[in-house]
Design a protein around this ligand. Structure first.
Ligand code: PMP
Ligand code: GLN
Length: 386
């Protein structure tokens, strides 16, 4: 048999799938893969359910239903003061994953350099490499994940096509502040580059941080591709509805990728999401507030169980250092160990590195019901004698 594409076949199954399967096999509480264990706002599901029954269930417009594109543009204005033309500057995709793929395939020419910040969400590198891009990876380091400015500057060159920026960041939960964003914006402008901004956790920031899209900084309006996800904003990760905001000149080539990848996204889900984006401010602040309380609940419990917790400024995740517990076999072995022996699953941080990642950190997901978080902590305390 002739070989399949060597770049993609070189990758194993994603860590999220591997750990979720292991959790099911062992009846473990799955705090690995990031997904809430509640169903999302009833009104949003009701609109989608009614639209499914009433129809139409045929192909919606390629760029997305007008009502959803208008809602995305309205949200850009409501939360960030951005003035967006819904007709030429917004596109709906089947999840942020597709949006990222469309943006990278649509913008990268073989040989272009792409600046990335490691640890890396799993879909970035395979797609960049498959698109012919050359990754230039800069690391942020625990415990504070500070942006290494000199290294970032050194990663940019005349060949840089774009930086892929994820904030709030998965898995570190770092929220890059305005000073970091200014530094990045300056580099993007100086090297005449673009920024693909993965902002799926835009409404999940804590302790009054708020979220600032890079796109709102001076000079960035026409250089940024801003990506959001209904999965995160409405706690329905299975829906896979994403949206891109970008100036028309950038959106056009990205739409070319979309038209050959999925072409459209289920119309009833788009109607539900359009309704969701129209919910009042209380919904969005409530979402972040509830999640912050869960972060604190899990963090307190994990500290009591003997873990050292790192700061989590946003997202669904809390990273911990387990070295105080005395386990020395590495983070993958640790995740397998707590899954099979304690009945709680996490994901190893080293999975977010190309190679030589840190070895004593794991990521727990706290977007779960309080009783589930409490039970997970109780199991870990029982196991480690905390
Ligand atoms: N980017 C990041 C950083 C994520 O954590 C996720 C969540 N899986 C995605 C993109 C993909 O989002 P979606 O489920 O909407 O495809
Ligand atoms: N974003 C989720 C996480 O980081 C998982 C997404 C996936 O399973 N592909 O856990």
């Amino acid at each position: 048999m002739k070989p399949a594409n060597s770049i993609l076949s070189g990758y194993g199954t994603t860590v999220f799938e591997v750990m979720s399967r292991l959790a099911i096999e062992h009846g473990s509480i799955n705090l690995g893969q990031g997904f809430p264990d509640e169903e999302g706002p009833e009104a949003v599901r009701r609109v989608a359910a009614d639209a499914l029954m009433a129809g139409p269930n045929q192909y919606p417009p390629m760029l997305g239903l007008p009502e959803l594109r208008k809602a995305v543009a309205d949200n850009n204005r409501r939360f960030y003061g951005l003035d967006i033309d819904w007709q030429s500057e917004v596109m709906v995709t089947s999840g942020a994953t597709e949006a990222l793929g469309d943006a990278l395939f649509g913008l990268i020419e073989p040989g272009d350099e792409v600046v990335l910040i490691e640890p890396l969400y799993d879909s970035y590198l395979p797609i960049i490499r498959r698109a012919g891009g050359i990754p230039k990876i800069v690391r942020i380091e625990p415990p504070d994940w500070a942006l290494p400015r000199a290294a970032l500057e050194a990663a940019f060159s005349e060949k840089t096509k774009l930086i892929l920026l994820n904030s709030p960041h998965n898995p570190s939960s770092k929220v890059f502040d305005v000073n970091d964003l200014r530094f990045i914006a300056d580099l993007v402008e100086r090297f005449d580059a673009y920024a693909v901004c993965d902002e799926v956790y835009e409404h999940l920031t804590f302790d009054g941080r708020g979220h600032t899209p890079l796109m709102t900084l001076p000079g960035m309006r026409n250089r940024c591709v801003r990506i959001g996800s209904a999965g995160k904003t409405f706690s329905m990760t299975g829906w896979k509805v994403g949206y891109i905001t970008a100036c028309a000149d950038l959106l056009m080539p990205i739409a070319k990728a979309h038209q050959f990848v999925t072409f459209t996204t289920p119309p009833n889900l788009q109607k539900g999401v359009a309704h969701g984006l129209g919910l009042d401010d209380a919904y969005f602040t409530g979402l972040a507030g509830d999640m912050q309380a869960k972060r604190d609940r899990l963090g307190d419990g994990l500290r009591a169980a003997g873990f050292k917790t790192l700061e989590s400024g946003g997202s669904y995740f809390l990273t911990v250092d387990y070295s105080p517990l005395g386990f020395t076999d590495g983070d993958e072995a640790f995740c397998r160990h707590i899954t099979t022996e304690a009945g709680v699953t996490a994901v190893p941080l080293s999975a977010f590195y190309q190679k030589d990642g840190p070895r004593t950190f794991v990521r727990f997901c706290f977007s779960k019901r309080d009783e589930i978080l409490d039970e997970a902590v109780a199991r870990l305390r029982r196991h480690f004698g905390g």
